[in-house]
Design a binder for this molecule. Structure first.
Ligand code: PMP
Length: 289
């Protein structure tokens, strides 16, 4: 079965899918994206992703290429055509095609590209083994709250992790504070058993998985604090983990080559992994994208 992509109104074979060379996404990274998990053929937290997309577009003054309702129909149709039961849908909207000039074009129609990918569902058993993280300076711009396709610092950071044999790099600001991972949000549990993740501001992307995990913690009566934490605190942490749409909840067992606590997934992390695995099965979290 050929893989199908959606490009500006057309369903096309993945290998033939293309945009114009003067698309502003290609020339300026002038666009936004979303990655939504598909679980048993349904979108996980579809509403959350749509809310964040709406915000990203508004912040960058990029017009909707089609209405949100039409987008929902197209997304479902693409999932159907590709017969994706478990995987992801990638959505990208750019300011469209225009003769190259930095300022916004007077008239351009936003470009919309969608692709899907088959990805195995959350494998909690193998995830419990944990992953390694290294730290790298956060060299990004001051609007990391916008889910922009401009990802050069994130790419460079992920490469640092790959070369070091780690899964992720946690980015560290000039004051020694961990902002987030290159494609994930960062969490620790302190010696006082405090669950901590960076507060929502312009230094991080407010992950949809982050929001879900905070909601689950609240539901389960687990206290949390949204504040910055330093690399030094992370090294001394009892537990650490990361979250994202594609990584779900993964324990961090080594930071810069040194074990976190005993180098095993901690009890609170394991609990939150279980809660999140249940959460993605909840009918209320699947559906409208
Ligand atoms: N931070 C960054 C920089 C990211 O790219 C991502 C993944 N898009 C996340 C956090 C996690 O967000 P989400 O849970 O919505 O996937």
């Amino acid at each position: 079965m050929p893989r199908i992509a959606y490009v500006n109104g057309r369903y096309v074979p993945h290998g033939k899918a293309a945009v114009h060379i003067e698309d502003r996404g290609y020339q300026f990274a002038d666009g936004v994206y979303e990655v939504t998990c598909i679980h048993r053929g349904e979108f996980v937290d579809g509403d959350g992703h749509m809310t964040r997309l709406t915000r990203s577009l508004k912040e960058l003054q990029i017009a909707w290429p089609i209405s949100p309702r039409a987008l929902d129909i197209v997304m479902r149709e693409l999932v159907r055509r590709n017969r994706v039961s478990d995987g992801i849908i990638y959505l990208q909207i750019t300011r469209g095609v225009a003769s190259r000039d930095h300022a916004f074009p007077d008239a351009s129609k936003s470009s919309l590209v969608l692709t899907t990918k088959h990805v195995p569902p959350f494998d909690i058993k193998s995830a419990r083994k944990g992953i390694h993280v290294v730290t790298t300076p956060d060299i990004r711009w001051k609007r990391c709250d916008i889910k922009s396709v401009s990802l050069l610092p994130n790419i460079l950071g992920k490469q640092v992790a790959k070369v070091a044999g780690a899964y992720e790099a946690w980015m560290v600001d000039d004051a020694g504070r961990v902002t987030e991972g290159t494609s994930t949000n960062a969490w620790i549990v302190t010696a006082k058993k405090e669950l901590i993740t960076h507060q929502v501001d312009r230094a991080i992307l407010n992950g949809i998985t982050r929001i879900a995990v905070l909601r689950l913690a609240a539901e389960e009566g687990i206290k949390f604090v949204e504040r910055t934490f330093t690399v030094a605190e992370a090294r001394r942490a009892r537990e650490a983990f990361l979250t994202s749409t594609t990584s779900f909840v993964k324990p961090v067992v080594r930071l810069d080559g040194k074990p976190i606590a005993n180098g095993r997934a901690g009890p609170l992390t394991r609990k939150l992994m279980d809660y999140y695995a249940d959460y993605i099965e909840r009918p209320a979290n699947k559906g409208a994208a």
